[in-house]
Design a binder for this molecule. Sequence first.
Ligand SMILES: *Cc1c(COP(=O)(O)O)cnc(C)c1O
Length: 336
Amino acid sequence: MTSPLKFIRQDVQSMHAYAIQDSKGFIKLDAMENPFALPAEMQTALGERLGKVAINRYPGSRIEDLKTALCSYAQVPVSHGLMLGNGSDELISLLAMACDVQNAKILAPLPGFVMYAMSAQLQGLQFIGVDLTKDFELDEAAMLAAIAQEKPAITYLAYPNNPTANLWDAAIIRKIIAACAAYGGMVVMDEAYQPFSPSSWMDEIKAHPAENANVLLMRTMSKFGLAGVRLGYMTGPEALINEIDKLRPPYNISVLNAECALFALENSEQFKAQAGMITAQRAMLLEALTKIPGFKPFPSQANMILVRVPDSDAMFRPAQSPRHPREKRLEDACSA
Ligand SMILES: *Cc1c(COP(=O)(O)O)cnc(C)c1O
């Protein structure tokens, strides 16, 4: 018998599967999730609501309700459309699929979010990575040169960036958007960390719609506090969103995702308060990290802090010692 594996793409067979580390016995911080659980009374209220959802039916009008609620929550301009993804990861995949015209390329600064390169690779598009400066700012000259030479279909800018946690210089971003607009390239502003950030590109889009006509803005409810729910959304000029939305599997958002997300938006004050606590703790942690000899923490506008350490390999190696009681208390406090 000939193995059916011969019909599985060779590049896929050579890939490593996305590894999810076992966090048992550790304080789980590696996926930038919200550490807070729902308060008990909200758990009960959500349970009751989910119990009433018509799970025998394909997702219907509740999806439209959710889109309306998101447009209002994110204050999406009327000229813009909004589409939903099963997490923004799905939107990133759909974008690669949508832009798979001959010689299309995807460009993003490095280090950056792994899915940009992965989506290009899986779709057979070339990925162009452009290094950030040594302080993790956008390298204006290198970015503009790469854009001029490669004319990428999509340039991704995470705002704030993952894993560097910073907001890049708005003046440089404007130049990148203009450089892409000149040949019809799209710029995707990925605002996964918007709940922790002092600014959003949405304000720029509203203030200068013509200059941002090639900009798509992507957000997710994951870092907000619903990583398990899987809900991302993308807004942009309606005509553009309508085309990309055609690639979306028709029922990509389950009725349970939609109901959970609606519930969270109705209770957004709760999540806003949690984000407030995280940003307050961020300042304290940053301050404490600067006091450790040899550590260089970088400013953060997200829910993580990038730190340069003397020996990152040694630091990464899992600790063999039993957990310190203080860690346990911190974990209990977070899950309370
Ligand atoms: C976490 C993250 C995402 C993916 O979010 P999901 O909605 O959970 O798929 C996208 N972009 C960036 C920059 C992220 O950090």
